[in-house]
Ligand binder design. Structure first.
Ligand code: SAM
Ligand code: SF4
Length: 403
């Protein structure tokens, strides 16, 4: 999430959407994202919209957050009218959602259910930090209706976790995954980061091995991004920490793909692997395939029918708006057909299922096939542009060439 919010068009005080956005509501899948903007400490690499207790200041608190978020869920119902909108997926992210009691997360989920109705078999995920949950907490989440937990494991190497400012020990992850299974969760994701300064290829191999040994049905592996304005960026600039070069990063991606595949986790999006279609994160797939979603919380983004908006960033400003019955949206933009085409290419090309040929220029695709970046077979046989392994490594450049 960027440190500053983009400008955009103003949003009316009642949050009403442009007419075009609400046309077709209910014909596309519908999802909720709930942002929980609190952390115990801030990791040096992270520029997400999150606040420690000392950073938070007056006007917002963890204790009152669930009620504030519920007020936005009710506002969503008023804005979207009475269309039948069963919620396919809910994703609670952060920050550290598991700093809130499971009852609070459960009350937000219950409000989504009361206002819109959860679809049968809805996927309900929360992110969690390994140090922030115990067996009783996980049982509380399961009782509240959560179906999936996504842990920020990042690494199994102590020195790597230290550079990332993570506060859990490597041994904590197998323990919490075990508790998660015992609490009755079928779906567990582990987030990993590669390319941390000081991480060797062997450290990365050991982290992948440790993640796999816990038996997750989903793994996300992200290259570390040195975000402007973070403590990590300052340390890199001062020369205290060195980041790996592009070749080393590519090798680590390939190592992840090989080891995860060998253990039955197949890639379905460039940074995401799952044991089968039923284990892929349905919520993220909805984002990547143009569904409608409402993002609750400070700084959260929403998308309905080609209109995108984003909420005010600070939890106090967010709470004040909702207390006055005014939309927390900061600004919005309406995507035109050209924007929507580019967005679809950017998102769908990253999927193992690829992007429809109809969106692409044939000559540009022929060049990418010739360069070994797009698979020839699926394009000819199914009209889908699917990245090769080399294409995945160079995805940003491929997207630039095709848009
Ligand atoms: C923002 S965190 C929120 C969840 C939880 N607090 C945690 O840290 O695991 C979600 C995921 O984003 C990824 N992430 C955050 N900042 C990143 C960065 N600068 N580079 C790469 N991945 C990052 C991490 O893998 C993390 O697990
Ligand atoms: S715990 Fe997660 S959200 Fe919080 S500062 Fe660290 S990476 Fe960011």
């Amino acid at each position: 999430m960027p440190a500053t919010l983009p400008d955009g068009d103003p949003v009316p005080a009642d949050g009403a959407l442009p007419r075009g956005a609400t046309e077709g509501l209910g014909t596309r899948p519908f999802a909720f994202y709930v942002h929980v903007p609190f952390c115990v400490t801030r990791c040096g690499y992270c520029d997400f919209n999150t606040y420690t207790a000392t950073e938070l200041g007056p006007g917002a608190s963890r204790d009152s957050y669930a009620d504030t978020a519920i007020a936005e869920v009710r506002m969503a119902r008023r804005v979207l009218g009475d269309a039948d909108l069963p919620v396919e997926t809910v994703f609670v992210g952060g920050g550290t959602p598991t700093l809130l009691p499971p009852d609070d997360l459960g009350r937000i989920l219950a409000a989504v259910d009361a206002e819109f109705g959860l679809a049968p078999g809805a996927e309900v995920t929360t992110e969690a930090n390994p140090e922030s949950v115990d067996q009783a907490y996980l049982e509380g989440l399961r009782e509240a209706g959560f179906t999936r937990v996504s842990y920020g494991m990042q690494s199994a190497r102590e020195h790597v976790l230290k550079v990332l400012d993570r506060t859990h020990t490597p041994g904590r992850v197998p323990l919490v995954v075990d508790w998660t299974r015992k609490a009755g969760f079928e779906h567990v994701n582990l987030d990993l980061i590669y390319g941390t300064p000081g991480e060797s290829d062997e450290d990365w191999r050991l982290s992948l091995e440790a993640a796999l040994s816990t038996g997750p049905d989903h793994v996300s592996a992200y290259a570390l991004i040195v975000e402007e304005g973070t403590r990590l960026a300052a340390r890199v600039r001062r020369g205290e920490l060195a980041t790996p070069d592009d070749d080393a990063m590519a090798d680590r991606y390939l190592m992840a793909d090989e080891m995860l595949s060998a253990h039955g986790l197949r890639w379905y999006e460039i940074s995401n692997w799952a044991t089968g279609p039923g284990a892929a994160c349905r919520h993220n797939l909805l984002y990547w395939t143009g569904a409608d979603w409402w993002g609750v919380g400070p700084g959260a983004h929403s998308h309905v029918g080609g209109t995108r908006w984003w909420n005010v960033k600070h939890p106090a400003a967010y709470a004040a708006r909702l207390a006055e019955g005014v939309t927390p949206a900061h600004a919005r933009e309406v995507l035109d057909d050209a924007d929507r085409r580019i967005e679809r290419i950017m998102l769908e090309l990253r999927l193992a299922d690829g992007c429809p040929a109809a969106l692409l220029d044939d000559a540009a695709v022929a060049r990418a096939i010739g360069d070994g970046l797009i698979e020839a077979g699926p394009y000819r046989e199914r009209g889908r542009a699917v990245l090769t392994t080399r294409g995945r490594l160079l995805a940003d450049a491929v997207v630039r060439d095709l848009t």
